[in-house]
Design a protein around this ligand. Structure first.
Ligand SMILES: [Zn+2]
Length: 332
């Protein structure tokens, strides 16, 4: 029978298994090889049981040259790659992806950690604050020795220790109306990890104006919410909440408190949305607001449509450029 091995047609006897093929092809250290059979990945435990058929196409991912992932990358990301929804194609899309996380705090910590671990090629870290002792209860990028250090610097050190293979870009300072469009321009996806309304509206408006998908999230006490904006697919944050509340009207988490693991839950969901967007898999949280009550362990998806009268994404927008709002920061 004819098999196509790494793109080359070869003759092999009938009844050959993947395990025998690895031996016949003299594949070194077969315990580290990922085998793709006609676009599906064969689990290593199935090598001996998988019998090849005439016309089958086999790729040894460990050995693919030219533009493929390195051996180290294949091992590091193997738990991603063996998922059929991800595969080598999805991993390469993550490696080619650029995600900006605004706020290296409670939400940004898990989001940045998981995106770095997953191998997202370029991660932007934007923050203007320094690490405070009261941050450490939830902002797990930072440790006791980082108190007083710039959050961008501390985050960069933690992420580099986790995954030296990705590129990190540090944007020191607060996002403002006069710099946010430049800040987000080069990224594929933005994560809003801030917890002050001025920043949330600023990020929303800039992403809508620039046609940039982003993940909104907010947390307070034991509750959180999440929404993914993709141009043309459902509402933006301003569709739901038309204007920032007056300063002082809504307590900040400094005043009201926030339970640490909740930041982990919601920030991790933001990383999940970014990864799905980059890989083009699954259903994004567009057209619905996810609300989470950790005390009752309740998750609800509330369907919401874009509002035609929305001042930034509606039919007759009145917000044509980003604007700054006055608001106390929460130091999320
Ligand atoms: Zn809108």
């Amino acid at each position: 029978m004819r098999l196509v091995i790494s793109g080359v047609s070869k003759e092999y006897p009938q009844g050959l298994t993947v395990k025998e093929l690895l031996e016949a092809e003299k594949v070194a250290t077969p315990e580290y090889v990922t085998v793709a059979l006609n676009d599906a990945l064969v689990d290593i435990g199935q090598f001996a049981a998988t019998v090849l058929k005439d016309g089958d196409s086999v790729e040894f991912l460990y050995y693919m040259g030219g533009g493929a992932l390195s051996e180290e990358e294949l091992r590091r990301y193997s738990r991603n790659i063996i998922l059929k929804e991800v595969g080598l194609k999805g991993q390469k899309r993550l490696a080619a992806g650029k995600v900006l996380v605004i706020g290296a705090g409670g939400l940004g910590s898990p989001a940045l950690f998981y995106l770095a671990a997953a191998g997202v090629g370029v991660l932007g870290i934007a923050d203007g604050d320094s690490v405070d002792l009261s941050n450490l209860q939830r902002q797990i990028l930072h440790g006791a020795a980082d108190v007083g250090k710039k959050k961008t610097r501390s985050a960069e050190e933690s992420l580099r220790a986790l995954n030296p293979q990705i590129r990190l870009r540090v944007h020191e300072g607060l996002a403002r109306a006069d710099n946010i469009l430049d800040l987000i321009a080069d990224y594929d996806f933005v994560i809003d990890g801030t917890d002050n309304f001025a920043a949330k509206f600023l990020i929303n408006d800039a992403c809508v104006l620039a046609g940039k998908p982003f993940s909104h999230a907010g947390i307070i006490r034991f509750t959180g919410q999440l929404l993914t904006y993709v141009p043309g697919r459902g509402p933006c944050y301003r569709c739901l909440f038309q204007n920032p509340p007056p300063p002082g009207a809504i307590p900040t988490c400094r005043e009201a408190g926030v339970i640490g693991a909740l930041a982990g839950t919601i920030g991790t969901l933001q990383a999940m949305e970014a990864m799905k967007y980059l890989m083009g898999i699954g259903e994004l949280l567009t057209g619905a607001l996810l609300t989470h009550d950790a005390l009752n362990m309740d998750f609800r998806k509330i369907k919401v449509a874009a509002r035609p009268g929305c001042a930034v994404c509606g039919e007759r927008p009145t917000i044509l450029e980003p604007r700054d709002y006055e608001n106390p920061a929460c130091e999320l």
